[in-house]
Design a binder for this molecule. Sequence first.
Ligand SMILES: *[C@@H]1O[C@H](CO)[C@@H](O)[C@H](O)[C@H]1NC(C)=O
Ligand SMILES: *[C@@H]1O[C@H](CO)[C@@H](O)[C@H](O)[C@H]1NC(C)=O
Ligand SMILES: *[C@@H]1O[C@H](CO)[C@@H](O)[C@H](O)[C@H]1NC(C)=O
Length: 670
Amino acid sequence: MLPLICPLLFVTRLMITASASDHTTNFVFNGFASANLLLDGMATVTSTGLLQLTEPTDQDMGHAFYPYPLPFKNASSAAALSFSTSFVFAIVPRYPDLTGHGIAFVLSASSDLTPALPSQYIGLFNKSDQGKLSNHLIAVEFDTNYSPEFDDINNNHVGIDVNSLRSVYSASASYFSDGVGTQNLTLASGNLFQAWVEYDQFECLLNVTLAPLELKKPSVPLLSSFVNLSSFITDYMHIGFSSAVGSFPASHYLFGWSFALNGRDVAIDISLLPRLPIIITTPKSKLLIKYGLPAIGGAMLVVAGFATCAFILIRKKIKFAELLEDWEQEHGPQRFSYKDLYIATKGFGEKEFLGAGGFGRVYKGVLPRTKTHVAVKKISHETRHGMRQFVAEIISIGHLRHQNLVQLLGYCRRKGELLLVYDFMPNGSLDRFLFDKPESMLDWKQRLHIIKGVASGLFHLHEEWDQVVIHRDIKASNVLLDSQMNGRLGDFGLSRLYDHGSDPQTTHVVGTLGYLAPELTRTGKATTSTDVYAFGGFLLEMACGRGPVETKALPEKMILVDWVHENWRKGSILDIRDPNLEEFSAVEMELVLKLGLLCSHPKPSCRPRMRLVMQVLDGDAALPEELLADWNESFAVGNDGFADLINLVESAFSKSVVSLTESTGKKTER
Ligand SMILES: *[C@@H]1O[C@H](CO)[C@@H](O)[C@H](O)[C@H]1NC(C)=O
Ligand SMILES: *[C@@H]1O[C@H](CO)[C@@H](O)[C@H](O)[C@H]1NC(C)=O
Ligand SMILES: *[C@@H]1O[C@H](CO)[C@@H](O)[C@H](O)[C@H]1NC(C)=O
């Protein structure tokens, strides 16, 4: 096996100017490997020198303090001394939008904050001491949660706290950029930020400045507030950090910290911070030393031989190079080596190619050790931004086990490439059995079985797991068939890839034309209800044996859902069933068509939830057919269909569509 990490590299990279002896009041830690901090709770320093204050778990906290209290008062005047500090941090929630409670820089008379509470108390106070002068605690909070009880302004703010979580000053997280103005930023994004906290003893001004790591210190602070620290501190104060999580797991990291009492702190050297990806390739130089040098003394022939050998080895290492970062340790079991996947898929050969989907190319393979049959999806992805959250999320979703979901087994990362490994589905995707004169046609019984399976899989994603998973791209080609011809939903969670690493302010509509709920193209917000809409399209597809949009069809037939609705209105709904189906139950067919219509209702409020869908399919609940009469808002009826379709596409594109593939039953996926 290749050496995974090179710890030496990090030890030598560490630089500490402080000897941390008697009266050292200035220091800089570019990484914390030998910082000797006082840690409690979840706080740990990783082998690479990263200070991790919280782990991705819930209801817990962590503290890290400089080992010695510092003399914060001017000996003669007893006034608080000036200080300046800067630090680099990142907040990585396990699930985007569901954050922990943030991180705080702390000045405290006591270094023991273990009696404090996690979650909204950020590990600083508890219910009984919150707000008391006797705390002698001043904090700058980077709060990622909205706590109305402490009058928080929002769930993404910076605040100055004096003995209380009710901040004396706060501002929404942002930074000032010369010539551009104020720029918002999202603290809990997994991105690295640098913060500066400065206090001036004469003006009693406390300044807090924030910026993305790659930028230099903004000229205008985010907060510049009058706080007379002299009244709140004791002679000696501890300095450090506190962080807490509540109901949702999140990791809070510090990469570097610089501090100076009564002076200017030294700038953190960003190039030394423990944050670079660790690439699993032995550096060429090492290989040459190992294989090249001993040969120099030998004959030229031997040299040449070794050199060739080294060359081949290097080539091989480069070929199998992958990206592995520190944070991936927690995903250990789900991490596949690129070499194994390369061997499994015979080098991603054309013969193993199964198909190309909206997200990338899919190959079949057999894992070398376990002989498991797998499907490997290769997704090209240039941004490293947000990759960590995405992987965490995909892995977390991969823990979902259900007979109607395609199981994710793990992943691997390379430069610009993410590989996802799934259970292999021997019968491929459902659309192969439905459209374009399939080799073998599914009969009605099989179709109903698949419909019920997919409904059950989607119900599981929406309502049965501990978080709601929105699929966002339900369609026949994303339904795969296992060896027993059970329908299984694939690709769930993948659409989120487009959310990560992109500007959060733009809306991406992800999905497939004909399955996109009308409100989705307006708001861009995927919900369980937009999934139900797409599921409705899938039901109609199964019953009618055609795609939801058929551009070559007569105008009134082009948009399937409107055509079905028109026939429902005229009382001729059975006329539009798949003409190739010879045997079927009229009652079941009618039920599926009407249920499909109801799910595809233009008004989200009229669409059933998946629980009701299951009950209707099982005959345990009646279909609320009366809702079908309320169909006014339909976006495309009859002859206007084509024009409206164009509008739909245009409006979707104007909202920056990333994946909008027309589905008329093309063969895709596995
Ligand atoms: C920045 O965030 C604040 C607070 O959430 C909001 O009021 C403001 O509109 C945002 N500005 C921009 C340019 O998005
Ligand atoms: C704090 O910010 C104000 C306003 O930009 C500035 O005048 C002052 O010098 C700053 N103080 C410190 C200690 O950086
Ligand atoms: C700050 O408080 C100290 C002691 O309470 C006082 O002596 C000093 O004048 C105050 N400074 C300012 C600028 O208000």
